[in-house]
Design a protein around this ligand. Structure first.
Ligand SMILES: Nc1nc2c(ncn2[C@@H]2O[C@H](COP(=O)(O)OP(=O)(O)O)[C@@H](O)[C@H]2O)c(=O)[nH]1
Ligand SMILES: [Mg+2]
Length: 359
């Protein structure tokens, strides 16, 4: 501790000096009055002396206090954060608990029916927001809002439509075994028998004898002509031959490692045909990730529409919603059984909505 003395004409002056020199933290140890000048202390002028010191410790203490204060402050801050977080979590928890049962029930239903989680979250959040702005908030309203949101994401169905003049050419493309040939037969039967259209078939699936036979049998039963083609030139010739038909359906080989008709060949085959509408055939039993792979590879060939098959074999109807939500291509048909020609229908969003939401 450093002790210093300060003198002044009066107390104020001495204190002022202490303050200037030692700062406000100075400790006053002692003050006294004394006389300066004169003789033996007589007749001298009265002055003031202040003994002051600046404690090192006071300095230390101060910074210690500051540190302590800082740490207390950050503790308080942390506590506040914890409390706020807890409040927020409680709020979320409470708000989830407060969601109407019907809403939670539909969320479960959509998840079990194969709609992907991310999409279910999105849709149910929107429904809940919309519900909050409604006057009536009963189960019917919740179902109605869900069905609107789902329908908006399913797009309209887009079946085969005929040009005012000339023939319509539709090719079915897709992996092996998804039901292309069966679907070609169903479409041929439907258009020729029910809608009285003049239909012809072409098969480019010449890599499996059985595949040709399969379609040949159908063509005979339905009584429509069939041409088997082996290359793009023959395909063009067959199309010329069928130029007066209303509808020409082309069956193609599935794409697989063992199959010589790879994507590029399929591309080469269909590339030169003007105005061919390509429907990608997907089986609803395929896993979503695999389905995305299939769509991405067939997008190289260019696809206009999507047909979903085998909906009878799965509860995963949500697949249709996942796909239409993610891709622009519209759905044209769905098939739901092996029977030709019965088990096919135009894709109708309402029907999918109902099936997704039904009890
Ligand atoms: N359950 C069911 N089976 C189908 C459906 N469509 C096709 N199939 C069956 O799937 C198998 C493969 O069909 P196919 O038309 O040869 O497929 P492709 O290789 O794509 O031409 C056959 O056993 C068909 O009967 C469907 O909608 N539901
Ligand atoms: Mg086939």
């Amino acid at each position: 501790m450093e002790v210093k003395r300060y003198r002044g004409e009066n107390m104020q002056e001495a204190m002022f000096k202490v303050k200037v020199d030692l700062g406000t933290e100075a400790i006053i140890l002692h003050t006294r009055k004394f006389k300066e000048g004169g003789f033996l202390g007589l007749f001298g002028k009265e002055k003031v002396e202040v003994v002051a010191a600046l404690e090192d410790e006071s300095c230390n203490n101060r910074s210690k206090e500051e540190q302590q204060l800082q740490s207390e402050l950050s503790q308080v801050k942390q506590m506040m954060r914890d409390v706020l977080k807890e409040l927020e979590e409680n709020k979320l928890q409470t708000s989830y608990n407060n969601l109407p049962d019907k809403l939670k029930e539909i969320v479960d239903k959509l998840l079990t029916r194969g709609v992907k989680e991310e999409l279910v979250t999105k849709i149910s959040t929107l429904v809940n927001d919309r519900l909050n702005s409604q006057e009536i908030k009963n189960s019917e309203m919740i179902t109605k809002l869900f069905s609107e949101e789902i329908k908006a994401r399913l797009n309209r169905g887009s079946p085969i439509q005929f040009p005012a003049q000339g023939s319509k050419v539709v090719a079915l493309i897709g992996p092996t075994g998804v039901g292309k040939t069966t679907t070609v037969a169903k479409l041929a039967a439907d258009f020729s028998l029910k809608e009285n259209k003049d239909v012809a078939l072409i098969t480019a699936d010449i890599y499996r004898i059985a595949a040709v036979d399969q379609l040949k049998t159908y063509s005979e039963i339905i009584d429509v002509p069939l041409e088997v083609v082996y290359d793009p030139d023959e395909l063009q010739q067959a199309l010329n031959k069928f130029a007066s038909k209303d509808l020409v359906l082309i069956d193609t080989a599935g794409r697989s490692q063992n199959n010589e008709m790879h994507m590029s060949e399929l591309n080469a085959l269909l590339d030169r045909i003007n105005g061919v509408e390509k429907h990608l055939v997907l089986s609803a039993t395929t896993k979503y990730r695999d389905m995305l792979d299939v769509i991405l590879s067939f997008q190289q060939v260019g696809l206009n529409k999507i047909i979903f098959t085998k909906l009878d074999e799965t509860k995963n109807l949500g697949m249709t919603l996942n796909i239409t939500n993610q891709f622009e291509a519209k759905l044209s048909y769905i098939t739901n059984g092996q029977n030709v020609p019965e088990d096919i229908e135009i894709f109708k969003p309402e029907k999918i909505v109902n099936s997704l939401l039904e009890e």
